[in-house]
Design a protein around this ligand. Structure first.
Ligand code: 4AZ
Length: 468
């Protein structure tokens, strides 16, 4: 991750005006006085090519003419300078631009914070009593779901809508046990076959089974209450418990994120060049913040069983830059090793949403320096409209990518952070919204980090995890 050096304000280079006399175009004849003349005089003698004899009077006139010319030139340059300074935007007043080597003021595309939510049905699980609650399109209230025609496959689908990988537990709870909070009616599962989950739910005034659904989904996206460094950029153990380091031949190559006890999400470009049969050269380190070989020798790395990168990955455009790594043995979850949640279906976060990146990537854009300790930084999402504008990536951002960072640069992911997480906290859980993918340089103005948009790959992730 790159936190670029706070450079001092750079004043724009004035154009260096070189005044040169192109004597080579002018014939300098041999003059009798030739070799003994001082240089300046020799150069002036071309002005009198016929005789080569220069009277003092003429010399004074030429000299005076030159002085006038110089004076005029000076005045013109001075006026040009003043006009340029007056026309410049007042960047010194903006603290964000203090360290900018490049002017970002031309890139004032306003952030589009409104996102249209395509969802018609909303789901939540009550923290108090684990009841599944549904909000149907035109109704404002959250309703419990009648335990009729319910099964575990439906439970898995509901959990996945919410960004949880799978269902952990489900049961029917007696209406008499849930208290007086639910008086507005129920949601019931339609008796006729439905092709999608959204059209399955019906409003009912009563629930004939006398039972409603309670569920628990696979737990993810939480962290233990651990101490942290205030104001620091070095992460403490347990702050990003899903972060892993992917080692290839004893070298840190990329980051990754734990999503189940056997699966890691990373970038396709991290693993694309090292396909089979070198799977055995990969080792995954989890539950660490210090990533140097000496320290890691104390930890047990996890061997890799399989690497699957998205077959639509395009190494030229960076499109579909996502891969899954399966571990040979499952991880034991603890305070320092935990999975992150996936994004909810159809739920785009607006530009400006504060998210976080973490990784062991380069800490200076121009310096091949890998930090020992995991670094973290907050980065706001940037809407694709803004990121695709001509002042940023000019149309290179596909619907499977998203941008995060700052117009003025300075904080960004960099080489070595690739494959690692961009996480955003949503409804109290942390979700893997992006995977560090690419960008023009690191922390450059108008070139924020580009991330694989995980929400576009939910179906692919579930499919792979179920089939391998
Ligand atoms: C890389 O080379 C890389 N500034 C990763 C992220 C970014 C640039 C390059 C974003 O892996």
């Amino acid at each position: 991750m790159s936190l670029s050096r706070d450079a001092v304000a750079v004043i724009e280079n004035p154009v260096v005006v070189r005044q040169s006399f192109h004597t080579e175009h002018l014939q300098v004849d041999r003059v009798e006085t030739g070799q003994n003349n001082p240089t300046w005089l020799r150069e002036l003698q071309f002005l009198h090519p016929v005789s080569g004899k220069v009277s003092a009077h003429k010399l004074v006139r030429v000299f005076a003419a030159l002085c006038v010319l110089c004076l005029l030139g000076g005045v013109v340059i001075g006026v040009w300078f003043i006009v340029k300074i007056l026309l410049r935007p007042n960047s010194a007043q903006s603290p964000a631009s203090l360290g900018d080597a490049k002017d970002t003021s031309f890139c004032n595309v306003t952030e589009d914070i409104s996102v249209t939510d395509p969802r018609k049905v909303f789901y939540r699980i009550s923290v108090e009593n684990s009841l599944l609650e549904i909000q149907l399109e035109k109704l404002q209230t959250w309703l419990p779901v009648c335990y009729e025609r319910w099964n575990s496959s439906l439970g898995t689908l509901v959990c996945r809508q919410l960004g949880y990988l799978r269902l952990s537990k489900h049961k029917g709870v007696n209406l008499t046990d849930i208290g007086p909070n639910y008086t507005d009616g129920f949601v019931q599962i339609a008796s006729e076959h439905q092709s999608n989950l959204e059209s399955l739910w019906r409003f009912r005034g009563s629930c004939s089974t006398g039972k409603v659904i309670a569920l628990k989904c696979f737990e993810c996206g939480t962290r233990a209450k651990l101490p942290r460094i205030i104001g620091g950029v070095e992460a403490t153990l347990g702050r990003w418990p899903w972060q892993v380091s992917l080692y290839y031949s004893n070298r840190h190559i990329c980051g990754g994120s734990i999503i189940t006890n056997q699966w890691i999400v990373t970038a396709a470009h991290c693993v694309h060049n090292y396909r089979l049969p070198q799977v055995s050269s990969w080792v995954v380190y989890a539950g660490i913040v210090t990533s140097n070989s000496a320290k890691l020798a104390q930890y047990q790395g996890f061997a890799v069983e399989r690497i699957i990168y998205n077959k639509n990955y395009n190494h030229r455009t960076h499109d579909n830059d996502i891969a899954l790594v399966k571990l040979r043995t499952p991880l034991n979850f603890s305070d320092t090793i935990r999975p992150v949640c996936l994004p909810q279906y159809d739920h785009d976060l607006p530009g400006g949403t504060q998210c976080w990146i973490s990784g062991w990537g380069y800490t200076q854009p121009d310096d091949v320096h890998i930090p020992e300790v995991l670094k973290e930084a907050p980065v706001p999402l940037i809407s694709t409209k803004k990121c695709n504008s001509s002042c940023m990536y000019n149309g290179d951002i596909t619907p499977r990518m998203l941008c995060a960072g700052y117009t003025e640069g300075k904080v960004d992911a960099c080489q070595g952070d690739s494959g690692g997480p961009l996480v955003c906290q949503d409804e109290s859980v942390w979700r893997l919204v992006g995977v560090v993918s690419w960008g023009t340089g690191c922390a450059e103005p108008n070139h924020p980090g580009v991330y694989t948009k995980v929400a576009e790959f939910l179906g692919w992730i579930y499919e792979i995890i179920e089939s391998y």
